[in-house]
Design a protein around this ligand. Structure first.
Ligand SMILES: NC(=O)c1ccc[n+]([C@@H]2O[C@H](COP(=O)([O-])OP(=O)(O)OC[C@H]3O[C@@H](n4cnc5c(N)ncnc54)[C@H](OP(=O)(O)O)[C@@H]3O)[C@@H](O)[C@H]2O)c1
Length: 231
């Protein structure tokens, strides 16, 4: 059975991607801190409690998985955190958390698993954001972590394409998940004003369904209507 690692698999986009990978026949090591909110029960879904901010915990968790799995075929770097507002109103802790979860963890996980993924001619799928592609006032730091993740994806594809590795950056716009629970804005109420987590998971399925030799390196998903509601 092919094995995959999905970070942020306890809710939202990561949980839907995990469900899709299970349907496609993958074993899924789903990373997160709190699985009580994850409505998923499947023998091949391995709940992997890991705080991505903690480099030692991350490294030890991957070492544990590599004892069981001879190869990893798919890594989905999905976990992410967003703090928004004028940059002077953020604080050092929030900035550090965004850099650690959104950027440092994907870079480290990729480094730890790259030899395996080369062996399997597999996939590294990074869930970036539309904010990584365009100016994001009141999200300067968040957008910077996502722009860096996209840049990393593009460069890593050039570095590893000869070895058969597929590196993909997916850029969702506003997606209806609990990402906005702690924020002072949210997507609009009408379905045309947001993407769903299932749409992002479908994009992952599209990436995985290409013939060997064709690589989808970049997907952007935008809602038909542009609406933001202040809470
Ligand atoms: N929602 C949007 O509008 C949108 C748009 C573009 C891009 N994105 C990106 O999509 C990704 C998924 O977001 P979402 O919308 O699905 O939000 P979400 O429902 O809040 O999910 C975030 C996930 O990240 C995990 N996570 C956060 N901090 C972590 C940590 N320190 N260690 C381990 N796991 C951690 C959470 O798990 P635990 O809390 O259980 O640890 C959760 O599973 C993020 O990278 C986000 O930036 C979202």
């Amino acid at each position: 059975m092919k094995a995959s690692v999905v970070t942020g698999a306890t809710s939202g986009i990561g949980l839907e991607i995990a469900r899709t990978l299970l349907r496609l026949g993958y074993r899924v090591y789903g990373f997160g801190r709190d699985f009580s909110k994850a409505d998923i029960n499947h023998t091949e879904f391995i709940k992997t409690v890991c705080d991505l901010e903690d480099i030692d915990e991350l490294t030890n968790t991957i070492s544990g998985i590599r004892k069981w799995e001879s190869c990893i075929h798919v890594l989905v770097n999905n976990a992410g955190v967003g703090y928004f507002g004028p940059h002077e109103q953020l604080n050092a802790q929030k900035i550090r958390t965004m850099v650690a979860v959104n950027l440092q963890a994907p870079l480290i996980l990729t480094q730890l698993l790259l030899r395996d993924i080369k062996k399997s001619r597999g996939y590294i799928i990074n869930i970036s954001s539309i904010t990584g592609k365009r100016v994001c006032a009141h999200g300067c730091a968040y957008g910077a972590t996502k722009a860096a993740l996209t840049h990393f994806s593009n460069s890593l594809f050039e570095e590893t394409r000869k070895a058969g590795v597929k590196v993909v950056a997916i850029h969702p716009d506003m997606t209806k998940t609990s990402f906005y629970d702690h924020l002072d804005f949210r997507q609009g109420d009408i379905p045309e004003s947001y993407i769903t987590a299932k749409c992002v998971a479908q994009a992952v399925e599209t990436v995985l369904s290409q013939r060997e030799g064709t690589v989808v390196t970049d997907i952007t998903l935008r809602p038909q209507r542009n609406m933001i509601i202040r809470k």
